[in-house]
Design a protein around this ligand. Structure first.
Ligand SMILES: [Zn+2]
Length: 288
């Protein structure tokens, strides 16, 4: 955090330097835009082929073939979900929340892509529907579906409180991936990564730039839906923070289940989908 009382006096031209307008780091204009109306048409012919309920303070994984849709649904009560994505055939290709944030901003909605880690860096999924898109940004600078948080975890809990809590999203996702892929627990843990915070309402305080959360505006029936660009394993944890209005990393908050549903437009339609290629960068890193 910045010092309340700086140690160094401001230079004479401080105001002029601070008045320089910002430029967007990664202007997205050159990114290929998803054809949302074509995806919407494709979705009309899709039928539900799989569903999993994620129990409160637990996680589950589900397989989503390339060319199908996955919907994360709020049921029963306001609940935040921590979402991970892996390429089914190479679990080291996983969702890269930091780069997704750099390209699309702090909070995702329809039309944004979920990018994969280096050296692949391709869209893993496209957000196609978001019933909370009306929320925009509130007066505190908060919004929903962030890619700024990491995931609640037992290590930070241990650091800050000295306690061990085993049902943080990091541990929930670790158990779920380990079970789904029949991997040793600690091997699975190394594949868990920073999340998309589905339904979570977050931002940065305007005065100190601190990460904040507030009660999620999600209500039962709300959903966030993605189109799978490649074969995916999607992991979702029903965060122990519940609606994240007060605290996480404990059993204190009211928690509710979440549901993941897969909608399949059919084998022929899926076969017609052209999967995004991995990054064309030659990976020589200046050695040639
Ligand atoms: Zn969590």
């Amino acid at each position: 955090m910045k010092l309340e009382k700086p140690n160094f006096a401001a230079p004479k031209d401080a105001d002029a330097r601070k008045a320089i307008p910002p430029v967007v780091c990664y202007p997205p204009e050159t990114l290929e835009k998803p054809d949302l109306s074509a995806l919407s048409n494709l979705r009309k012919g899709a039928r539900k082929t799989a569903e999993v309920t994620v129990a409160p303070r637990d996680a589950a994984c589900i397989d989503v073939p390339a060319g199908a849709f996955i919907r994360v649904v709020s049921v029963d009560g306001p609940q935040v979900g921590d979402l991970n994505m892996w390429h089914t055939h190479d679990l080291t290709e996983r969702f890269y929340s930091g780069k997704t944030r750099a390209l699309h901003g702090t909070h995702l909605s329809s039309g944004d892509r979920m990018w994969s880690s280096f050296p692949n860096m391709r869209p893993m999924a496209t957000v196609v529907d978001d019933t909370l898109d009306w929320y925009g940004f509130d007066e505190f600078g908060g919004s929903v579906h962030d890619v700024i948080g990491t995931r609640c975890d037992p290590y930070t809990g241990r650091l800050l409180s000295g306690d061990d809590y085993h049902y943080c999203c990091h541990s929930n996702l670790t158990r779920a991936l380990s079970g789904h892929c029949d991997l040793p627990l600690h091997e699975a843990e190394m594949l868990v990564h920073d999340v998309l915070n589905v339904f979570m309402c977050t931002g940065f305080t305007r005065d100190t730039g601190q990460y904040f959360m507030k009660a999620s505006p999600v209500r039962p029936g709300d959903y966030l839906e993605f189109f799978a660009e490649i074969d995916l394993i999607v992991g979702l944890s029903a965060c122990p923070g519940g609606d994240c209005s007060s605290e996480h990393s404990s059993d204190a908050a009211a928690c509710y289940p979440l549901v993941m549903e897969v909608y399949d437009p059919g084998e022929e339609a899926r076969a017609a989908h052209v999967q995004p290629a991995r990054s064309a960068y030659d990976r020589s890193h200046g050695t040639r």
